[in-house]
Design a binder for this molecule. Structure first.
Ligand code: NG6
Ligand code: CA
Length: 509
């Protein structure tokens, strides 16, 4: 009986005709069959302008463009934050990240910041009958503090709703530089235990600071601790030699794990949810040699080409498994672009006229639009009609929308069910949204954005990014002012007041 769930709609109808005596069971079969698989492909630091389908002309991203051109391309899709951890927290919990003081960029040793009793997107999908998996970057903390990397590391993804996890703990530039499968470090040799610290080096271990001759990619002072594969990292690590990842193979490695998962699931009875969290184009940008030089823009461009290739390969796997018409694919990024994020890799020098933010103001870390407005695509062959939508949509809404699509809608504090918008059936997106950047928040309502005054720098010198902080209220009309040049706070006090009040009503402070 269970096998029938994978049959086509036609087979199910035939089956129903031939088994008239068991109506109840057949209804269940049909419902199961209509539940799509869901894949969330999530890039790291990919800017709004970093795809040819979003205006890039310096290079081509044909595979991701195919999703954009044959699916819904959103022009006002937002990550919840201008950095990684809070954006990912928002996706998985349906909760604004500024409500959790720990939802900020985490070291590799941070404890898990999602309470294991919390409702999460993968848990909601599991309750609706799904198998769930995460492959790629995690960066939401692991364990309960003081992790022993030589033992099962818990709690982690498997304790917040993922049946299968194959992850890197934090970021590619942070230790530990190892993969964990279902909480266990891959290729761990008990005779070469892993030690990790973010406070001090282990005696005799080379670092970027002390041994610049061992480094092939120079880092800033923060990225000058333990050297792995010639790349100095944030944090110190000793041991685990056999378990250390190969940076240039990371894209292939995660792709292989994602493909393996699809091929294992294809003949199973349950639909699946795969969160495929790629590492590109976050630093250190380490394209596989076969992608070196492909963009003419140095490693940052090359890894975007590499990521596009991986998306193409992944989509081929879905197609070959016969799942394309039964899988909703969502593509987005966790925050906006940055050129210099701690390593000297010619991202600025070789940029040419490419505009990673498509002329939006700011970038990663910024409250200006480029910090959180990101490529945002939904693709479902045969179900989503190709189109472009300017509806306001947020990654925060995946929890309510995807659970509603697949059965019981889950209730989380801030996620809204806008599944019809994601499926291109409606243009009624969110009315408003709070965005976050390094613990500061701003408010978007319709075409308007209001940024409250904050203390602190206007410009991050080392990143070349405007923070969005100006020390006074800012009000912009994004429909008329793409790059946020005209602050209307003084000329439109009524709108400013309205925005302040709505913002405070949500923030509750
Ligand atoms: C910062 C790192 C940066 C990057 C970021 C996390 C500096 C000096 N260093 O602390 O290189 O790793 O954390 O990026 O800014 S994120 O996309 O995971 O949020
Ligand atoms: Ca990121």
């Amino acid at each position: 009986m269970m096998k029938l769930f994978k049959l086509s709609g036609l087979s199910i109808i035939l089956l129903m005709l031939s088994c008239k005596n068991e109506p109840k069971q057949e209804v269940v079969s049909e419902t199961q069959n209509t539940k799509p698989n869901i894949v969330l492909i999530y890039l790291d630091d990919l800017g709004y302008g970093d795809l040819s389908s979003y205006g890039a002309t310096a290079f081509e991203t044909p595979n991701i463009d195919k999703l954009a051109n044959e699916g819904m391309k959103f022009t006002r899709g937002y990550a919840s934050s201008a950095t990684c951890t809070p954006s990912r927290y928002a996706i998985l919990t349906g909760t604004y990240p500024w409500k959790n003081k720990d939802a900020k960029i985490l070291p590799g040793t941070a404890p898990l910041i999602i309470d294991t009793t919390m409702v999460t997107l993968p848990k909601a999908l599991k309750a609706n009958g799904y198998q769930t998996a995460v492959v790629g970057k995690w960066h939401l903390g692991l364990g309960m503090g003081d992790v022993d990397w030589n033992q099962p590391v818990k709690p982690g993804p498997n304790e917040v709703g993922f049946d299968y996890s194959y992850i890197m703990a934090a970021t590619q530039d942070r230790v530990p530089t190892v993969y964990l499968k279902n909480g266990l470090v891959e290729n761990l040799d008990p005779n070469d235990p892993i030690l990790v610290s973010y406070e001090q080096n282990f005696e005799g271990e080379p670092t970027g600071t002390d041994n610049p001759d061992l480094v092939y990619m120079t880092g800033d002072p923060q990225h000058s601790n333990t050297i792995v594969n010639g790349v100095p990292r944030i944090g110190f690590m000793k041991g685990g030699t056999a378990a250390r990842w190969s940076d240039v193979d990371m894209a292939d490695h995660f792709l292989e794990k994602a493909q393996q998962y699809i091929n294992e699931q294809r003949d199973k009875d349950k639909p699946f949810f795969l969160y495929y969290a790629m590492q590109q184009p976050h630093v250190p940008r380490t394209p596989h040699p076969r992608f070196e030089g492909t963009s003419g823009m140095g490693p940052r461009g090359d890894v975007i080409i590499e990521a596009d290739w991986a998306v193409g390969e992944f989509m081929k796997t879905l197609e070959e498994a016969g799942l394309l018409e039964n899988t909703l694919v969502i593509f987005s990024s966790d925050n906006g672009p940055v050129l210099d994020d701690g390593y000297i890799d010619q991202a600025i020098e070789l940029l040419g006229d490419h505009k990673p933010s498509a002329g939006l103001r700011g970038g990663k870390y910024s409250l200006f639009d480029a910090g959180t407005r990101v490529p945002f695509i939904t693709y479902w062959k045969g179900t989503i009609q190709p189109g472009v939508s300017d509806a306001l949509v947020s990654q925060l809404d995946f929890a309510a929308s995807l659970s509603a699509l697949t059965g019981k809608e889950t209730s989380t504090p801030d996620s809204k069910n806008i599944i019809d918008v994601f499926l291109g059936k409606s243009n009624n997106g969110r009315e408003d949204l709070i965005i976050e950047a390094t613990s500061r928040t701003a408010y978007i309502k319709g075409d308007w954005v209001m940024i409250p005054p904050y203390k602190g720098p206007k410009f991050l010198q080392n990143k070349g990014v405007e923070t969005g902080t100006l020390g006074q209220f800012q009000l912009y009309n994004l429909a008329e002012d793409w790059s946020q040049e005209n602050n209307l706070a003084n000329s439109n006090p009524e709108k400013l007041e309205e925005m302040k009040q709505s913002f405070e009503a949500i923030r509750g402070d």
